[in-house]
Write a protein that binds this ligand. Structure first.
Ligand code: UDP
Ligand code: MG
Length: 317
């Protein structure tokens, strides 16, 4: 493809970093290497320190001093990857922007192919689909697959289990992504509701270059619940159906109890029967309250309208 010499496109790389002291320099080195191979564009590296507790910020400061294309934002506390990404969208100035992890699991070299595709003008976004997830346990893979089956059957947006946040977007899409200010952020769903034409390309996940994963079961579970509550009202409808079903069951049981009472059957049966109904109904009520509570909690968070993130230091604004 002929490359214009007049003005090079600027590609902003938005890199969420949480306790990435072992990887952040390696990441910047990899991009320096890629910049040599892709001399027809300019890269801007936007490192978003998500309240790291290790030496990540110190390393980022040093890198920014040495390299003027390294920009950074440092959060006042750990907000989570989703928030680091929106801060990146807010601050980036590129014609294109890519979201990419610091640990080099998302191979930077894929940006070449992504850029070539997006430059055709046919797509607004080129997104990476990982065909081989390394390092994850059988249980995590199984739970992930089950989760996507459920979420896809109860939400209107389609979320691919193998889809990653590694995507190159054009300015139009970045600007629209910036307008989604919801606090309960589930990025895969947000990408879907923003719309735009996306081309999916496949790649093989690398092993993390250093350090360890920042996700644990508790964080993943909370994130999974956010995804369902943010994008589906099915659980609310389900409660209604459940209520109707058990109202019917209770009526049948009451009729049976009446028949037993009239036919002078064993009284113990009545006692245990009633007790089980009480337990059953209480557990359903408790579960229902819990699910309603989750929705109310989201409404409460959104209505407070707190800032999505707080910045304690940066070299951009
Ligand atoms: N990350 C973040 N905040 C967090 C957790 C993770 O900014 O609270 C970043 C992390 O530094 C990395 C990316 O999100 O650049 C993906 O995290 P990780 O590699 O731990 O996730 P995995 O690849 O295991 O799903
Ligand atoms: Mg990773």
């Amino acid at each position: 493809m002929p490359r214009s010499k007049a003005k090079k496109d600027l590609i902003s790389l938005i890199v969420p970093c949480y306790n990435e002291e072992a990887t952040v320099e390696l990441f910047v080195d990899a991009i320096d290497q890629l910049q040599k191979e892709m001399d027809y564009v300019n890269f801007e590296i936007l490192l978003v320190d998500d309240g790291s507790k290790d030496r990540t910020l110190e390393i980022i400061r040093d890198l920014a001093k040495k390299k003027n294309y390294v920009k950074y934002i440092s959060f006042a506390k750990n907000f989570g990857k989703e928030y680091a990404m929106i801060a990146g969208f807010d601050a980036c100035s590129g014609d294109y922007a890519a979201a990419i992890d610091a640990d080099l699991q998302h191979p930077p070299v894929l940006l070449k192919e992504m850029y070539d595709i997006i430059k055709t003008g046919e797509y607004d976004c080129v997104a990476a689909k990982s065909i081989k997830r390394q390092n994850y346990s059988f249980v995590r893979k199984f739970l992930t697959n089950a989760y996507y089956k459920i979420i896809n059957s109860i939400t209107e947006v389609e979320m691919k289990p193998s889809a990653t946040d590694y995507r190159l977007m054009n300015r139009k899409m970045i600007d629209e992504m910036k307008r989604i200010r919801e606090h309960n952020r589930y990025l895969k769903g947000i990408f879907e509701i923003v719309g735009f034409k996306t081309k999916w390309i496949e790649y093989e996940d690398n092993e993390r270059v250093a350090g360890t994963t920042k996700w644990n079961l508790k964080k993943l579970f909370k994130y999974a619940i956010t995804g369902i509550i943010s994008f589906s009202q099915f659980p609310l409808m389900f409660l209604l159906y459940l209520g109707i079903f058990f109202a019917f069951v209770t009526c049948v049981l009451l009729v049976l109890l009446l028949i037993f009472a009239l036919s002078h059957a064993d009284v113990n049966f009545t006692f245990w029967g009633l007790l089980s109904i009480i337990f059953l109904m209480s557990s359903i009520t408790l579960c229902s309250n819990g699910i309603l509570g989750l929705y109310i909690a989201q409404i409460q968070t959104e209505s407070k309208n707190r800032p999505l993130y707080t910045i304690k230091e940066d070299n951009i604004y």
